[in-house]
Design a protein around this ligand. Structure first.
Ligand SMILES: C[S@@+](CC[C@H](N)C(=O)[O-])C[C@H]1O[C@@H](n2cnc3c(N)ncnc32)[C@H](O)[C@@H]1O
Length: 307
């Protein structure tokens, strides 16, 4: 799919979410608490940041909760409905309309207004949350480079991704994909099989492996009206090891992955003990715990532009 077609499907997917996204994902009773906003608040305060850009800011879902003294907030988003809502919400907090604009993280022009707002050297911190799933694999690096280039030398980027390795814990259709498409080199095994009998035995072993996973879970997320749902547009997961390497290849330093949205049990078991599951999952939140590689569904790749 070319970039225009992809972005138009993503825009369509998010077109109905502008006004409901914050209520559904940040405020609803069933929503997981916004642990990531707390992690970003810590980064901002440790960096003593005075400027922040949120690339793919949605309806200012995170920016609205980052109204910190002395911090200038900026954002852009691909979806016009999101931009409209972000301007409305931030406008109510005194942020000028010009601080929010429309653009794609894949387009260097989308980052051009940064020069006007931070003319000397760039932003102190650039965020990008919820966007990477919708970026084709070949363009991950471009996003990292655009974010790197819009912060000042010594500035930080913080990019969120859905954790591909969480599939080792979920035991559902994501696990099947990880086992069969990423970990096991099926073509290589088949080519190395000695004869027809060994190939047939391999096929049956792989079929047996599939039986281990709940292929009906999680349910596919559909759109609210006629727009495509989240699982009906490109919505990738990322490997934290590969992302750390990509950030280093892009020249970033002090690269770390901070994990959040832990699951105390595989999510399919949540309904057995919902309250215990939620309490213990929140209690597990520790961005640098190694268990996050497997038990957290999201991570934030943090890196510093060389000074
Ligand atoms: C899951 S929402 C996240 C919103 C917000 N960043 C947050 O974390 O609450 C994803 C947002 O990314 C935007 N988006 C998707 N692809 C984009 C792209 N190529 N450039 C900029 N924004 C994009 C969508 O329009 C949507 O508003």
């Amino acid at each position: 799919m070319d970039r225009d077609a992809l972005e138009s499907s993503v825009r369509h997917c998010y077109s109905t979410w502008g006004e409901r996204y914050y209520a559904d994902y940040y405020q609803a009773d069933g929503a997981y608490p916004p642990i990531h906003t707390g992690i970003v608040r810590d980064l901002l305060s440790r960096e003593k940041a005075r400027t922040v850009l949120d690339a793919g800011c949605g309806p200012a879902s995170m920016l609205r909760d980052l109204a910190l003294p002395g911090l200038d907030r900026y954002g852009f988003d691909l979806t016009p409905e999101m931009v409209r809502e972000a301007r409305r919400v931030l406008g109510g907090q005194g942020v000028p309309e010009s601080h929010v604009w429309e653009g794609s993280v894949l387009d260097p022009q989308a980052f051009a207004p940064v020069k006007a707002f931070a003319p000397v050297s760039g932003m102190d911190l650039a965020l990008c949350f919820g966007v990477l799933p919708h970026i084709p694999q070949a363009a991950d690096r471009v996003v990292l480079e655009h974010l790197r280039d819009c912060v000042r030398p010594g500035g930080l980027i913080a990019v969120e991704a859905r954790n591909e390795l969480f599939a080792l814990f979920t035991l559902n259709r994501y696990s099947r994909e990880l086992f069969r498409d990423t970990l096991i080199h099926e073509a290589g095994l088949k080519a190395a099989a000695g004869d027809e009998a060994e190939r047939a035995a391999l096929d049956s072993a792989l079929a047996e492996l599939d039986q281990r996973f709940r292929m009906d879970l999680p349910p596919l997320r559909k759109g609210y009206a006629d727009e495509p749902g989240y699982d009906e547009v490109l919505s990738r997961t990322h490997n934290p090891f590969e992302m750390r390497a990509a950030a280093e290849a892009a020249g970033l330093t002090e690269v770390r992955t901070l994990f959040y949205h832990y699951h105390a049990l595989p999510p399919m078991l949540e309904k057995a003990v919902p309250s215990l599951f939620r309490r213990q999952s929140v209690a597990m939140e520790a961005p640098e715990d190694w268990r996050g590689h497997f038990m957290a569904s999201a991570f934030i790749l943090v890196g510093r532009r060389a000074a």
